[in-house]
Design a protein around this ligand. Sequence first.
Ligand SMILES: [Zn+2]
Length: 99
Amino acid sequence: MEVRKIVEALEKGATLLGEHCENCGAPLLKKDNEVFCVYCERKEEKKDEKEEITLEEILNETAQHLMGVLRREKDPEKIYKILLSLEKLLDMMERLRKS
Ligand SMILES: [Zn+2]
């Protein structure tokens, strides 16, 4: 195993993931939101575990993202829009729970 390749990738800004390549067992790296193995030089397809993602999960993630944005936002107009979106999201989540 050539550690040098990993080091090179890290120097280029990749980050080391706690996961390993299914093919060769080397640690997987991540850069620009892409997960890859430096040895196989193929992009590791994120496993299909997320294939059955539910609408509720998506809403949850979006709500979390919006809350993060909200925390940093200073512009009242944008804050208002975010709050409206959050309200809509929570509304939908509520409805999903009841259905
Ligand atoms: Zn590999």
